[in-house]
Design a protein around this ligand. Structure first.
Ligand code: ATP
Length: 517
């Protein structure tokens, strides 16, 4: 069942503070190492969050690997799964270009010793007049942005308007130009250093002895390379033929300079990636197929309407490996912290044969494919739909968050039933007269088929409904005095708040129909 057609509430009006508070209160997401003051860029998932994340990962695996889609030619697409290691031979990352090129330009603040991404600095300059250029870091929470603005206003002795702001990757300055930099939390402007490159890979050491350089390895910054280096193994060990895909989900690590926006930019996150190998002549067809299919997939989970955007990259935006390919596009979601703008959820790119070529060269191995039908030997092109699982979960949470002043909880989570972490709840109205026993039996029956079904006999029924509204449980079943006489229960619908009575022995069928399970 999809709520794709329902109009979305304006995400700009949703408060991230409220969303984060609900995530903590109801066990979706916690700050990692919270009792030690946290650790920047790392998040733990609580019971509801872990289940939500698993549901999204499972939905992806099911729709890509277990029950693959029908391809552009009307045949089922051929896709197999993989689970490769987080740590690989460091040569993998030399070949992929991550050791040499996976870096962000960064600036340090001499006063606070904080570090920022240079391309997140804002440049302020007069129209048509670059004199008195100011670079200011205008990101973060509303308070720190307001403080930086105040400092700038004082410095320039005038109000800085939004249309004078533009992001820049540190503009080139001519000899007679002077730029003033303004970092957050500083007393005087001019504290930011020139940008320097900073590699985003996390290094680690293998083994207990030996020196750092000799035994250095890296935590993978993406799952994709694990697929490329196993492409030959998969071909040799299965019956797949080009065109085919390899899918993998798993952790990736990036030492992001400025982790922020809750889980959106974390240092440890999970990806869901497919590398789809095809004949170079068929790149365009498969690129368009995957781009459109992935967009529809996110829509089917309830991200739709104005909050989802498919954005084709301009030619000058393309990564080096995608320059010759059929294209790159981002599926973007309007998060409350990006609104009215959008943030990337998934990238779909034609990576040409760049990665296979690099590994063939660096690994001194043959990765060409012999196509029997075409009687041709070639390196396949690769179409890569690469999604962030944590960003997906965050988008689903933001989309589901629905303020409702008329409910006791004042808010409910309108998850699509397919990915809702708790599918149903069973409540005995009171803890007597055999009601708990009937409820327990119903819970056992339902969870065998539908997964997470809660049983709750504590507090007033209103409070129990309110809790379930906040975790986004679509249906609650209440056992009451009438159940004992006529074998019926009350079912409450999370979205409409309607209540109806159905027979106890029809509950399973009712849920199956509603959940599409
Ligand atoms: P961004 O431009 O936001 O840094 P990216 O273009 O570097 O992202 P990719 O390398 O294409 O991202 O990674 C694929 C997907 O992995 C992204 O679409 C995103 O969903 C997810 N992802 C990337 N970096 C992070 C991160 N630091 N935290 C959470 N998810 C991430």
């Amino acid at each position: 069942m999809s709520n794709a057609a329902t109009a979305s509430i304006d995400n700009a009006a949703k408060s991230m503070t409220d969303i984060m508070a609900l995530c903590k209160r109801r066990g979706f997401i916690f700050q990692a190492s919270e009792i030690y003051g946290g650790v920047n860029g790392f998040w733990d998932y609580g019971p509801q969050g872990a289940q939500l994340k698993k549901n999204l990962r499972d939905a992806w695996w099911n729709d890509c690997v277990t029950n693959p889609p029908i391809g552009p030619d009307g045949d089922e697409v051929s896709i197999v799964g993989l689970d490769s290691c987080i740590i690989q031979n460091p040569k993998v990352w030399e070949a992929s270009g991550h050791v040499g090129g996976f870096s962000d330009p960064m600036v340090d603040c001499r006063e606070t010793k904080n570090r920022y991404r240079a391309d997140h600095l804002m440049c302020i300059c007069e129209d048509g007049d670059r004199e008195g250029l100011i670079f200011a870091y205008l990101e973060g929470d509303d308070d720190s942005i307001a403080q930086t603005r105040k400092k700038l206003d004082k410095y320039k002795k005038r109000i800085i308007e939004d249309d004078k702001l533009c992001t820049c990757a540190f503009l080139e300055l001519s000899a007679n130009e002077r730029a003033i930099t303004v970092g957050p939390d500083v007393k005087i402007p001019g504290t930011l250093t020139e940008p320097r490159d900073f590699n985003l890979m996390f290094p680690t050491i293998l083994g207990a002895t030996g020196d750092w350089e000799e035994n250095k390895a890296y935590l993978r910054p993406e799952t994709a390379q694990g697929i490329f280096i196993n492409y030959k193994n998969v071909l040799d060990s299965t019956r797949v033929k080009v065109p085919f895909g390899i899918a993998q989900t798993g952790k990736a690590f990036r030492n992001e300079v400025t982790p922020r926006n809750f889980t959106f930019r974390s240092r440890e996150f999970e990806q869901m990636e497919i590398e789809f190998f095809c004949h170079p002549d068929e790149s365009q067809k498969w690129y368009e197929f995957w781009r459109d299919l992935r967009m529809r997939w996110w829509e089917s989970l309830g991200l739709a309407g104005d909050n989802l955007l498919l954005r084709e990259h301009d030619k000058d935006e393309l990564a080096h490996y995608a320059k010759t390919g059929a294209g790159t596009s981002d599926i973007e979601y309007r998060f409350p912290f990006t609104a009215p703008g959008f943030g990337e959820l998934e990238g779909v790119a034609d990576r040409s044969n760049y990665d296979l070529k690099q590994h063939a060269e660096h690994g001194n191995t043959k990765l060409e494919y012999f196509d029997q039908e075409r009687n041709e030997r070639y390196l396949p092109n690769v179409i890569e739909p690469s999604a962030g699982l944590d960003r997906g979960v965050l988008a689903l949470i933001c989309e589901a968050f629905t303020p409702d002043p008329d409910r006791p909880s004042k808010v409910f989570m309108k998850f699509n039933p397919r990915i809702a972490p708790t599918k149903a709840a069973v409540f005995p109205l009171v803890k007597k007269d055999g009601m708990p026993e009937i409820g327990k039996k119903l819970q056992t029956q339902l969870r065998k088929r539908f997964g997470a079904v809660e049983f709750d006999a504590k507090q007033s029924i209103g409070k129990r409904y309110a809790r379930m509204d906040e975790v986004g449980c679509p249906y609650c079943f209440t056992i009451d005095g009438d159940t004992l006489t006529d074998q019926t229960v009350t079912v409450r619908d999370r979205d409409t708040l309607s209540q109806e009575r159905i027979a106890l022995d029809q509950v399973e069928g009712f849920l199956a129909e509603k959940l599409g399970a």
